[in-house]
Ligand binder design. Structure first.
Ligand SMILES: [Zn+2]
Length: 117
């Protein structure tokens, strides 16, 4: 018998689910239990690590707010990330090459049938 692929869930994996994002190589499909399948279909965020499905507290925390401040000195900018459930925001300095990589992810997400479609 197959067990649900959601981390720590021991229910039988009676339903089949397929990830819709093709940017990442590796597994995109898993057997999940009826409850998790319902959550996924209701729009709950989920991800996969190897062939394990991550949801809820096992998923990276949701970004609540963010802002960017250009640097006065070096080329680049400071990115401030406010994470849901955390009081202290995280700040990172992005070099231009990292900013370009980040931008390519955002471009891909935009062209994925977003608001302008
Ligand atoms: Zn489950």
């Amino acid at each position: 018998m197959v067990t649900c692929s959601v981390l720590r869930c021991t229910n039988p994996g009676s339903a089949f689910t397929v990830g819709s994002q093709r940017l990442v190589p590796g597994y995109h499909e898993a057997y999940v239990c009826a409850e998790h399948k319902a959550l996924i279909e209701a729009g709950a965020p989920w991800d996969m690590e190897g062939n394990l499905v991550l949801m809820g507290m096992d998923l990276a925390p949701i970004l609540a707010n963010w802002r960017a401040r250009p640097s006065v000195g070096s080329e680049g900018f400071t990115l401030t990330l406010e994470i849901a459930g955390q009081i202290k925001p995280v700040e990172v300095f992005l070099m231009p090459s990292e900013a370009r990589t980040l931008s390519s992810f955002i471009d891909a997400a935009n062209s994925d049938g977003g608001v302008c479609a």
